[in-house]
Write a protein that binds this ligand. Sequence first.
Ligand code: GLY
Length: 402
Amino acid sequence: MRNYIKRSIAVCFLAITITACSSNNYLNSEQLHYLEKQATRTLQEIPKGAINIPRNVNNGADKWRYVDYEDWTSGFWPGVLWYLFEATNQEKWKIEADKFTRELTRLSVQKAVDHDLGFQIFNSFGNGYRLTHNEEYKKVILRTADSLATLFNPNTGTILSWPRSVPNLEWPQHNTIMDNMINLEMLFWASKNGGGRELYDMAVSHAQVTMKNAFRPDYSSYHVVVYDRNTGKKIKAVTHQGYSDESMWARGQAWAIYGFTMCYRESKRSEFLEFAQKVTDVYLERLPPDLIPYWDFNDPGIPNAPKDASAAAITASAMLELSTFVADKVKASLYRKKAEQILAVLSSDKYLSKDTNSSFLLHSTGHKPNGLEIDASITYADYYYIEALIRADRLQRSEPLK
Ligand code: GLY
């Protein structure tokens, strides 16, 4: 009985939060003040001198841990700054965004060492170009897209995500991870902005092969597929960051939802739109009542397992876009409503970092099996959170998403 009462109170609280927040303008002055205040604190805290890019604030800490330009997350902080510029139109954010963006230029002239080039360069230079049309940024993106394309293996039809030995991946066979779906966006963009047609073909091929090999019959995703690098034959599907090979790792599924939605936007191929809905539906069906996933849907420790606010932010942003593509009005409005409800929960006291640290959000999980970034603040959660707020705001004003 006591549990029932507790659960009812929790559900009522959630309903109040969702109702209160979902009637709001997503970028009202209070929300903008919060985002700007946190980012300003972060800028003040960043040590000057060497390249210091905020990556995460570990649970129990109150300061960011910094990385350099080579880290896979290096594009998210400049991306957050570009979104702040977009949301506020304040020149000071553009200046900071440009500064951190330029720190990553070297990635465009180095040998590609993994698929993360898209996260790094497209979130920084890509957003920068979208908002400023600076031709220098464009050159960097085009060079990096060509560099990412060097990892494409025509035998498998996918990009080699990690061209290095990773436990359980039968090196030197070919691995392709779900996260890699996001980085196809830079290939699509480059092919439409002066790059070669082959970049478009690679992106479509990668998505089609992933669709075929990286999902179970219920459309939940595997994290990694290992292929024979010569014949292209699938060897096995395993996990690297999830609970087990057969579990649904929350962020992996979030990358799939975002990735196939983006592939539809860029290619207008209906197979991707149908698939985006299937991978979204299984995610929504299995979400806990508060709409924020545990880090892995199959962790037997649930409900005493860490949450992953980053997966929630990624899916909220993706579902807002998906809602604009789906012709079935009932389904489209369901995706939009769920996304808005997720944003409302993320914007509640439980998830906002406020005085705990200077990030936007608490409670993300990076790499649980390695004991890293568990119940932490992480820049990619902040990046997709502000992106989703901007998208929700546009939809509320009946403006197209950019
Ligand atoms: N490897 C990217 C991620 O942790 O989602």
